[in-house]
Design a protein around this ligand. Structure first.
Ligand SMILES: *Cc1c(COP(=O)(O)O)cnc(C)c1O
Length: 388
């Protein structure tokens, strides 16, 4: 009985959410036109607070590459967040908006000499690295930088694989940190990244175990490490009925492992990107043309793979297309506006019959979407971004 009541409640909540979102879409469309990326501040706050609540020992550094819109960064500054940047330009942007240099990690393991010098000048001294040649560059251009060695860890079950490009062999980690010390840098600890949209909590569990081994090895050799950076990768639900993604459960496993393996004085940080901004974004597009091909309706909308759906290429992401129109649904194709057939977004989408001007919208598209959009391919601009 109780379960049924809960289910009813859940579906009622979803219905209310949907009607709230649809009213928001209608109002914003009237005001701003389309394509339009609506970022909801309340969801940014909700995700940030969820992260803090589920992993209270872990300080989140928002990875701004997921969505570097100034209003988003400002929102996170207000919430007290720290930031993960990958270049001098990202660093300057975050600083310009008011973040303190002490709240930034420069977490690209390969940096240009000019970018390292900028970090020194701007007093951003917390960095990751994963190779010896990089240490010489850091020692030369930013002496006394506080460094974390990024280790290579399993990325199994993650949608975006990162271990092919980054990470030192764990058995070299201690040696690299010791070398950092002899070069006048401050060896602070370890970082890893389990790959983006990691559905497999085992990746974090294993990576923490490997890190604990390196901490012990360092301690036995007289080097006290203090920081573990568990990276990003925390997954979100892209579809309403997607199963198997449960951040709360994942976080409680991670917490348990942290408590089991490390003393209380070890400091933990993370670099969530997608988790903090993905659920906040709603992309609103409109049908600009329709035709009938290969036995199905084709709808052409005013945003595509070169712009706000770029995540389909770069982030290997799939999205759920929704409409404001109700009624019987037919298998249909949805394509973007450009003259490239790569710009086909779906060949089998269940949607009601649509007309020119009708809205097609996508939720949970705040991360890795507008961030990687081409400014004006074929003359089609990406969506206007608004925060509500
Ligand atoms: C991309 C990236 C992140 C953010 O990853 P998410 O999967 O979006 O959480 C964090 N850290 C580094 C080093 C990254 O490259």
């Amino acid at each position: 009985m109780k379960q049924i009541a809960q289910l009813v409640l859940k579906s009622q909540k979803l219905k209310n959410d949907i009607s709230g979102i649809e009213n928001l879409i209608r109002a914003m469309l009237k005001k701003h036109g389309s394509p339009l990326m609506i970022i909801r501040r309340c969801v940014l706050e909700k995700q940030y607070n969820r992260f803090r609540k589920c992993l209270p020992e872990v300080t989140p550094y928002y990875a701004i590459k997921a969505n570097p819109h100034p209003a988003i960064i400002k929102t996170f500054i207000k919430l007290g967040a720290c930031f993960d940047v990958a270049s001098a330009n990202e660093m300057k942007q975050v600083l310009r908006l008011g973040a303190s240099p002490s709240k930034i990690i420069f977490a690209n393991t390969i940096k240009s000499e000019a970018d390292i010098a900028t970090a020194r000048k701007r007093r951003v001294k917390f960095m990751t690295f994963d190779s010896e040649p990089e240490l010489y560059k850091l020692a030369k251009h930013c002496p006394k930088a506080k460094v974390l060695v990024r280790i290579k860890v399993t990325n199994e079950g993650s949608v975006v694989e990162l271990s092919r490009k980054f990470g030192a062999d764990p058995d070299q980690a201690f040696l690299l940190l010791r070398k950092a010390k002899t070069l006048g840098l401050i060896p602070a600890g370890i970082s890893f990244h389990v790959g983006s949209q990691s559905r497999n909590v085992e990746n974090y569990i294993q990576a923490l175990e490997i890190s604990a081994g390196i901490f012990n090895e360092a301690k036995e050799n007289g080097l006290r490490l203090k920081v573990i950076d568990i990276g990003g990768g925390f997954p979100i639900q892209h579809f309403d009925n997607e199963l198997g993604i449960n951040f709360e459960r994942m976080a409680s496993h991670i917490r348990k492992q942290i408590k089991e393996l490390f003393p209380r004085n070890v400091k933990f940080i993370a670099e969530p990107g997608r988790f903090l901004v993905g659920p906040a974004g709603i992309l609103v597009t409109q049908v600009i043309g329709r035709t009938f091909r290969d036995n199905k309706n084709y709808y052409y909308i005013n945003d595509g793979i070169y712009a706000d759906f770029s995540g389909m290429v770069f982030d290997h992401c799939k999205y759920e297309f929704k409409t404001l129109r109700r009624g019987q649904k037919f298998l249909s194709a949805i394509a973007g506006p450009t003259c490239d057939s790569l710009d086909t977004l779906s060949m089998n989408e269940e949607v009601p019959e649509l007309y020119v001007g009708d809205v097609v919208y996508v939720k949970n598209i705040g991360a890795y979407s507008c961030a990687s959009a081409v400014p004006n391919f074929n003359g089609f601009p990406p969506a206007k971004i608004i925060l509500v």
